[in-house]
Design a protein around this ligand. Sequence first.
Ligand code: GAR
Length: 204
Amino acid sequence: MVLVSGSGSNLQALMDAAADAAFGAEIVAVGADRDGIEGLARARRADLPAFVVKVTDHEGREAWDAALHARIAAHRPDLVVSAGFMKILGPRVLGAFPVVNTHPALLPAFPGAHAVRDALAYGVRVTGCTVHLVDAGVDTGPVIAQQAVAVRDGDDEASLHERIKTVERRLLVDVVGRMVRDGWSVTGRHVRLGGGRPAASGAP
Ligand code: GAR
């Protein structure tokens, strides 16, 4: 199950990978928090079940969290992937499913919604992407994998984000594939991929 808010290029990478049975994962549905995004169009073109649960259609975050939980649960996913989903997930969703997020910076640096802009503004020479388990905080969950991307002279937010996304898509596909095929375990803040535990039993 994949959650999106935007162009869905990470979703596309997961869909492309899942087209090969050896990947070991099937995308059972795509969820979004808004209409009219390319991520939903990609899902519909691939004939994947897709749904939208907007915060503004609910009386507060708690009701939204419950509604999103119900829509996700109907598809009985083993794993939820937040791939450019720009909302903080609530306790109902996080208590029911293991959730993996991809973030366009080397966490704990530059959490939040403007990671690429913030990294450029800070003046770092190296940034990158992080795939991590989601906990109740904002981009604070245990790190699973990271990859560095050099900042080039003359980079702007768009050019740097595009280069990060090229790396990020490969990293996300690799991590999700390994999690569903081989399972994972969490000890404190340390996530270890492998060990043969099925994804369904890896829930926090
Ligand atoms: C990705 O770079 C993802 O890391 C980022 O949004 C982009 C979505 O791209 N997420 C965040 O910034 C979350 N804080 P996509 O819609 O093309 O997959």
